[in-house]
Ligand binder design. Structure first.
Ligand SMILES: Nc1ncnc2c1ncn2[C@@H]1O[C@H](COP(=O)(O)OP(=O)(O)O)[C@@H](O)[C@H]1O
Ligand SMILES: [Mg+2]
Length: 208
């Protein structure tokens, strides 16, 4: 199988390859030398299975994510569908600000179904025509805790703040509106309040 490295990540390496004459992505977790050998194998295997499992599960909740073609627990790799399109990160502000509402709905649907993503950056959404795909479930987990869901929201807000400053406020408002439309006003307020708690903690930590 011919493959071209496209990204070396902290968690995994991403390759572009082919599968049944279709473009595909091969995501492989390499051994980490600093970890105990047995623990390292266990950890990579566990994370690979969890990532592929959640990537599949979210489709049942109406979220677009790459198809899982093959999971190799020995090589700790996942072969998945290549999603043709643009990263939401690279969209012009005018488009991005609108899309934040749909992103809010996607995240709402995921949370409502008991999954947190764990790495909600604008590099992990791909827009294909008018369909938004969510990728990179490497840090996701099954949880219904308000605190965990708030971590997702907090990260997305932080990304808007640092990478999309010009549309930060409107983007965040739109995101929350989309999120609320799925999880309901009461839950949205609970999670949102927790975002403020996390932010206060952050501020306190920098003062000390
Ligand atoms: N299924 C996919 N289809 C198209 N591009 C992908 C796919 N998976 C990953 N990529 C590209 O590779 C980049 C890194 O992959 P990702 O799974 O997000 O790993 P990382 O943990 O390094 O962020 C993405 O931002 C995207 O550009
Ligand atoms: Mg990523």
């Amino acid at each position: 199988m011919k493959k071209t490295l496209i990204k070396k990540g902290a968690e995994a390496d991403i390759y572009l390859t082919n599968w049944n004459n279709e473009k595909a992505i091969y995501k492989k977790r390499e051994p980490k030398e600093y970890r105990n050998l047995i623990l390292d194998i266990k950890l990579r295997k566990h994370r690979t299975i969890r990532e592929a499992g959640i990537m599949h599960d979210v489709k049942l909740f109406g979220i677009h994510a790459p198809l899982v073609y093959f999971v190799d627990t020995k090589k700790t790799s996942i072969l998945m569908q290549y999603i043709e399109g643009n990263l939401v990160k690279d969209l012009p502000d005018r488009k991005l600000v609108k899309i934040c509402k749909e992103i809010g709905r996607i995240v709402g649907r995921m949370h409502k179904s008991g999954v947190m993503h764990g790495d909600l950056t604008t590099s992990n959404f791909i827009i294909q025509k008018d369909i938004i795909f969510l990728i990179d479930f490497g840090l996701s987990s099954r949880t219904r805790k308000i605190e965990d869901h708030a971590i997702d929201l907090r990260l997305f807000k932080e990304v808007l703040n640092s990478a999309h400053t010009a549309i930060m406020e409107q983007g965040w408002t739109n995101f929350l509106q989309g999120y609320k439309s799925i999880v309901g006003v009461a839950r949205k307020n609970q999670v949102f309040s927790y975002v403020s708690i996390i932010e206060q903690r952050g501020r306190y930590a920098t003062v000390v």
